[in-house]
Design a protein around this ligand. Sequence first.
Ligand SMILES: [Fe+2]
Length: 208
Amino acid sequence: MNILIFFEREGDKMVSRADRLHDVLTHLRYEGRMSRTKNLRAARDVIKNLEVRLEEHWNFQEKVIFPFIQIRVPRQEAAIHFLEEEHEGIKKYKDNLKRALQRQSESNASLGDGKIYEQGICLISLLHHHLGFEKRHIYRSVRKELRQDEKNEMSKRIAGWVKKQRKGKNGFAAEEADAGSFGRRKSARRNSLNSLRAHCSSRRQSHD
Ligand SMILES: [Fe+2]
């Protein structure tokens, strides 16, 4: 498996799902009552599908890719913590949008349609930003900074993860991915972000 091609394809798939969400929400917002039932159902289907893909994206990155890179390219630690925070932000936007779509009536247009469209745009924008950031920081780092044997090892872990996903199991091979290390990583991420915020805040004050 060529991991760089794999990353490229995964990124492209997520972008096309975000584009699909944009399409269905635009139809729902602007096509009117005659197509409302069809468009609302389509939007609900797309968000459900996106939800599944996002779960895979989070699990794959937070349990396989990020721990691997964080050990081998420590200077990417802050970028990784930032991306993990964004995963939580994307999840919140996605949950809010999903709930709003579930609440909408299929037969009656409502003032909620405009709000749903705006929520969708926020989610899509965040997703695009997130995927671009990953490409520029994480995948570029994989391409330029990992040795060939490290790339091979990462490729093996990805293949193992994909295989287990296909079998419907939740396990994965990376030793960093055990529950204990995952909890420690969350705690480390919190500490790192807190010190980053404190640093930004003190810089702002010194400029005031
Ligand atoms: Fe991500």
